[in-house]
Design a binder for this molecule. Structure first.
Ligand code: DX5
Ligand code: ZN
Length: 235
């Protein structure tokens, strides 16, 4: 995905702004872009779907002024359909909504596409992959949460890997091209497990922003998911 709505070459490292030092937001996002992050992941939380409240559309617009890479907006909010327009106009290149809060998922995803940007659907650790099969032909991205959403710095949940495999298999069978993104507890070991299962986009917050040397940390993450280091798919 570029700013012009093309697909990015995979695998992609997306730095999650949630772990940045917000007192220095512009500097922080520029630093990880200079370190090699290909997308920025922006976690929007509403205090309802998940307990914390984080960023609004104004922050997405501010980040868009500071960097020129795709903005991947992850809406952890109830009634996301009421906020699509604001985030699209703020400069989101991709908006992801959660299956768990979207009874009219098809309509909400279509509304995102109507703004000429990419759309994604996210599933929590306890939500089965099959629950989103009916919309797979519509989405640009499936986000498999690898922690329960709400906070950075939680441990990766290995039980989610089998869902990545199922979605990857389904994608192959149906000849579809959506990205499979993983989010939560991602660092080189967990990323390489997810890559082997079929994931293409790797969101990392704490691992990148809390690293002493962010550029080296991003490099290690990229090495762990590069094709050269790929082990066989997990059975
Ligand atoms: C959690 C968020 C994640 C979070 C990941 O609800 O969706 O994007 O930033 O943080 P780490 O990489 O620290 O687990
Ligand atoms: Zn996220």
């Amino acid at each position: 995905m570029s700013k012009t709505n093309e697909k990015s070459s995979i695998p992609v490292v997306a730095a999650s702004v949630l772990a940045a030092d917000l007192a220095f937001l512009a500097h922080e996002v520029q630093d990880v872009v200079n370190g090699g992050a290909q997308w920025l992941h922006i976690d929007v939380m509403d205090g309802q779907f998940v307990p914390p409240i984080t960023f609004g559309a104004n922050i997405v617009a501010a980040i868009g002024k500071a960097v020129d890479i795709p903005l991947d907006v992850h809406l952890m909010i109830e009634q996301p359909e009421n906020h699509i327009e604001a985030f699209a106009k703020a400069g989101a290149n991709l908006i992801t909504v959660h299956q768990e809060v979207s009874p009219h998922l098809h309509r909400t995803l279509s509304a995102i596409k109507d703004f000429g940007i990419q759309c994604g659907v996210a599933i929590n650790p306890s939500t089965p992959a099959e629950s989103i099969y009916p919309v797979l032909d519509l989405v640009d991205l499936v986000l498999v949460m690898t922690v329960n959403p709400g906070w950075g710095g939680q441990p990766f949940l290995p039980r989610c890997v089998s869902k990545i495999e199922s979605l990857s298999q389904k994608r192959d069978e149906a000849g579809l091209g959506f990205y499979i993104e993983v989010d939560g507890g991602i660092q080189p070991d967990s990323a390489s497990l997810c890559r082997a299962a079929g994931a293409d986009v790797f969101v990392a917050g704490s691992y990148i922003f809390k690293a002493k040397d962010r550029k080296s940390a991003i490099g290690l993450l990229q090495d762990s998911i590069s094709s050269d280091n790929m082990t066989s798919r997990i059975n």
